[in-house]
Design a protein around this ligand. Structure first.
Ligand code: FAD
Ligand code: SIN
Length: 557
């Protein structure tokens, strides 16, 4: 990897002692399901600051549609949900965390209900449950059909802001995690932030939780909101944390594919209610591809779609929802989105295309959100706990955010209370942090162009179907672009985001090139089978050319 990608410790030059200082016990970067749940848990044990780089509700969480997977009722069992999670994860799920998250589902839902969440119910009052790909039971709990994420987000937000000790900084961008030195093992002590009104600030914290969500925006086609630029993964890497399983980006098979429409997700739950995929000749093709037909795992459906599109000379495929009972009543949000483009799902075929959806890799943590850097925790999509293995089971991530967010918040609280907490003395700066970056003599940069070139390159070369040659090309490209992009000092989030995207994109490409096999959502045309020697987590740390291979765990770390 280019030295600039490897060595640049901070995005900007600064001297901590010259900037305004804020102190807290726990700093949570991110206001999605994981960040808010973590903040609520940590607030019982000290002061908490929550950062959101945009509006508080601009999160993947608020966009979640299908629902949250929870085992309820006698027809379902933990064993079945655990087995489905492992089957999707293709041999890479760590069993201990799978059990914890699945078994934590009913109480996490119960807690949300006690905090005022309403969910859809059957006529007899029991909780309604939908079905999604890879699940052998109907266990997806939803709200207003396809607005589950927004409802969970609002419920957690109401709870969080009514909790004493929590302060929320909206529109506040975290640039980097602070460590007193560059040495390995140097603890994280908070973050340097930027707010359009208050400028740069230092937030000192005894514990810092990265809950910054995913990386979908690295790809030209994505279901994610514009905030999902992998800042948390990039800043944790720069601070010395291990990032694991970065090759595994999950692609969602069905997003609305119309010029002018953003790639709005068409929830898999629709296929759970009977919708089917058709090729350009209106022929159902999924039953020929997999025994689960249209509800096959996402990687298989996504690959089948891109192959079909190639065979049809680039023409897209269709989602046929005409067989879904009460389409607009069951999926009102999607019906509204379609209506904006003069489409009626109960009558018209919907043009669809896969898009980057969920980042499985991230900051390697144990079940309690602890990274391998003291003081640094991660939760939700930014983390890699080993729950999802090589492919995430649908609707397991809201659940993940609830359970692992709470565990990370509790773990911080526990650490704060422990006598061996390395600690930031209250209200005085624990260290001087100085970042010096040499000035560059390279000229101006068209940031929008770098951003869109990067997203196209990721889609083309690190997308649904990969080869060693395409991955090597993109790594060379990113190394070259880094030389005149990472030497710049920007003063706005747009620049910092592109720098983070470049670093994280390079790590995804690096992990995908190393993984000479096909497993879960990582497909290599040149290595089309899974290989036992790659049934490991690949962990990448600053300064290492090759990953540290970590065995798949059968119990909690
Ligand atoms: P997010 O909810 O993405 O929150 C990230 C937060 O980090 C935001 O507040 C953002 O502002 C903040 N942030 C990021 N960078 C910075 C920075 N530099 N400084 C300050 N703040 C920063 N999962 C399911 O289980 N069921 C579903 O039905 C489902 N449907 C989905 C539908 C869509 C369209 C999408 C995109 C995802 C869906 N998912 C679903 C996945 C799920 O929504 C996410 O994985 C999950 O919500 C991630 O939560 P999070 O808390 O980790 O991150
Ligand atoms: C969907 O509703 O299809 C998305 C569910 C998920 O990503 O978990």
């Amino acid at each position: 990897m280019d030295p600039l990608l490897e060595e640049r410790r901070y995005l900007i030059p600064f001297r901590s002692s010259l900037l305004p200082q804020i102190f807290t016990d726990t700093l949570v970067i991110g206001s999605g399901v994981a960040g808010m749940r973590a903040a609520i848990a940590a607030s019982g044990h000290g002061e908490v600051i929550v950062l959101a780089k945009g509006a508080l509700r601009n999160t993947n969480t608020a966009w979640a549609q299908g629902g949250v997977a929870v085992v309820l009722g006698e027809s379902d069992s933990f064993a079945s949900h655990i087995a489905d999670t492992h089957a999707a994860g293709a041999g890479l799920c760590d069993d201990g965390i799978v059990r914890r998250v699945v078994e934590g589902g009913p109480s996490a839902l119960e807690e949300l209900l006690s905090w005022g969440l309403r969910v859809d119910r059957e006529a007899d009052g029991t909780i309604a449950r939908g079905r999604e790909g890879g699940h052998s039971e109907s266990r997806i709990v939803h709200r207003d059909g396809d607005a589950t994420g927004r409802a969970i987000s609002e419920c957690l937000h109401a709870r969080m802001v009514s909790t004493a000790n929590v302060r929320v900084f909206e529109g506040c961008f975290a640039l980097d995690l602070l460590t007193p030195s560059r040495e390995s093992g140097s603890p994280v002590m908070g973050a340097i932030t930027h707010h359009p009104r208050y400028g740069l600030q230092i937030v000192w914290a005894k514990a810092t939780i990265v809950a910054t969500g995913g990386a979908g925006v690295l790809y030209r086609e994505t279901t994610n909101p514009p905030e999902a630029t992998a800042d948390g993964q990039a800043m944790a890497y720069r601070a010395g944390a291990t990032l694991s399983d970065m090759a595994f980006m999950q692609f969602h098979p069905t997003t609305l594919y119309l010029p002018g429409a953003h790639r709005a997700l068409i929830t898999e739950a629709i296929r759970g209610e009977g919708a089917v995929l058709l090729d350009a000749s209106h022929h159902r093709f999924m039953p020929e591809v997999h025994e689960l037909g249209d509800l096959a795992p996402r990687d298989i459906v996504s690959r089948a779609i891109v192959q079909r599109i190639a065979r049809q000379g680039g023409r897209h495929v269709w989602l046929d929802c005409r067989g879904v009972t009460d389409f607009a009543g069951r999926f009102p949000g999607i019906a509204r989105t379609l209506a904006q483009f003069d489409l009626d799902g109960s009558k018209d075929l919907i043009p669809v295309h896969p898009a980057a959806h969920y980042m499985i890799g991230g900051v390697r943590t144990d079940a309690f959100g602890r990274s391998d850097v003291p003081g640094l925790y991660a939760a939700g999509e930014a983390a890699c706990t080993g729950l999802h293995g090589a492919n995430r089971l649908a609707s397991n991530s809201l659940l993940e955010g609830l359970v692992t967010g709470a565990m990370a918040g509790e773990a911080c609280a526990e650490m704060l209370g422990a006598s061996n907490a390395w600690g930031v003395p209250t209200r005085s700066a624990p260290a001087k942090v100085i970042s010096d970056i040499p000035t560059s003599d390279h000229g101006e940069l068209d940031l929008d162009d770098v951003r869109s070139s990067l997203r196209s390159a990721m889609w083309r070369n690190v997308g649904i179907e990969r080869t060693g040659a395409k991955l090597n090309d993109v790594r060379d490209m990113f190394d070259f672009w880094s030389r005149y992009t990472l030497d710049k000092i920007f003063d706005e989030p747009e620049g910092w985001e592109v720098q983070n995207m470049l670093l994280t994109g390079a790590l995804i490409a690096r992990s995908a090139a190393w993984r000479e096999e096909s497993r879960g959502c990582h497909w290599r045309d040149d290595f089309p089978a899974a290989r036992e020697e790659f049934r490991v987590h690949d962990g990448w740390k600053r300064g290492m050319d090759t990953p540290r291979a970590e065995a798949v765990l059968s119990s909690v770390r």
